[in-house]
Design a protein around this ligand. Structure first.
Ligand code: ZN
Length: 350
């Protein structure tokens, strides 16, 4: 079969790899119906060092952590899943039974791990061996050709991540919200804040096609300015105070700096952008304003069952974040297009 491998910064290839097979009784094999490229895949795409000491043939690593597909084979210890089931996988695999999982923190599962780790398949391929399949996979009550597949695919990562950001911040009908970032996660954070009842949602982003979708998802105001001007604009919109909650969906230092500056005294900054900075700039001003910092990697598995229902009944359509669909062979160009900001989020049909 074919799958995507990353060899180093800017070097993504689609190559023949061995077909996945069951290795553990807790495994399943899933044929991928849809996958996609994540903003976080762009970090290694920008900066993964090329290990010159390693022979080229051994340098490639499987990549991709968002996929849904059809169960082709299940191990003897897997119950509740059978061949032919349509399933979605969260971006971290987990047993869903250990103490952390039972607390809703599947990202810290004692027996879980990451897709694309050594010995583990990535999601951007024709098929995937799924470890801890019973705990990881969620059965979807749809057919292989359902029109809902793009929205259901967002359950792997961006929708639960936006939701986690909003839930961690304590968004509710009486909180005002600022969302920083108009990428797929930022837009899903807008959608999630709206879903949780927020009436005032200020979206900070400068790509008008994306912020237009943000308005459709529930943003009431858009601030295109960044830095000092952006901060002033949000303050202007909120009587000088800032908002009760700030959802930081970028992960760069200017974004987290802005987040603290637009949070109302006593407010909450929630971050889900994978931090590309070593220290959080939370000094005396943040202390004096009693601002809480929360958020982190989203335990997507904990939220899928709940969010799934709203996709199935048409309440939300997070799949609208996909603005380009490609085949597996076009994946290298998909990375290039997302990195060049030509595409918001790229859907892959292997
Ligand atoms: Zn666990």
């Amino acid at each position: 079969m074919r799958a995507t491998l990353i060899y180093g910064a800017g070097d993504v290839r689609v190559e023949k790899v061995p077909d996945p097979v069951l290795r553990e009784p807790t495994d399943a094999v899933v044929r991928v119906l849809r996958s996609c490229i994540c903003g976080s895949d762009l970090w290694p795409y920008k900066s993964m060092p090329v290990s010159e000491s390693m022979p080229v043939a051994e340098r490639g690593q499987r990549i991709g952590h968002e996929f849904l597909g059809v169960v082709e084979d299940v191990g003897t210890d897997v119950s509740g899943l059978k061949t032919g089931d349509v399933v979605v996988a969260p971006f971290v695999w987990a047993d869903n039974t250990c103490d952390f999982c039972l607390e809703g923190l599947q990202t810290s599962c004692r027996h879980g791990g990451l897709w694309g780790a050594p010995g583990v398949d990535g999601g951007q391929g024709e098929a995937v061996r799924v470890p801890q399949a019973e705990g990881t996979l969620v059965k979807l009550p749809v057919d292989e050709d359902s029109a809902l597949l793009p929205s259901l695919l967002t359950l792997s990562d961006v929708f639960p991540t936006g939701h986690h950001c909003a839930v961690s911040a304590g968004v509710n009908p009486s909180t005002t919200v600022t969302v920083i970032g108009d990428g797929a996660v930022g837009l899903c954070a807008v959608l999630s804040a709206k879903r949780l009842g927020a009436e005032r949602i200020i979206l900070m982003g400068r790509h008008s096609d994306r912020t237009d979708l943000g308005r459709e998802f529930g943003a009431t105001d858009v601030v295109a300015e960044r830095g000092k001007e952006g901060i002033e604009k949000v303050r202007e919109l909120t009587g000088g105070d800032g908002t009760h909650t700030v959802l930081e969906c970028v992960g760069l230092k200017p974004a987290i700096e802005t987040a603290f500056e637009v949070a109302r005294a006593g407010g909450v900054v929630s971050r889900v952008g994978a931090p590309q900075y070593p220290e959080v700039p939370a000094g005396f001003g943040v202390f004096m304003s009693n601002i809480t910092l929360t958020g982190g990697v989203a335990p997507a598995r904990a939220y899928i069952d709940e969010l799934l229902l709203d996709i199935l009944d048409g309440t939300v359509q997070p799949g609208r974040v996909f603005d380009r669909t490609i085949g597996l062979d076009e994946v290298p160009d998909g990375y290039r297009a997302m990195d060049a900001r030509e595409a918001l989020k790229v859907l892959i049909r292997p």
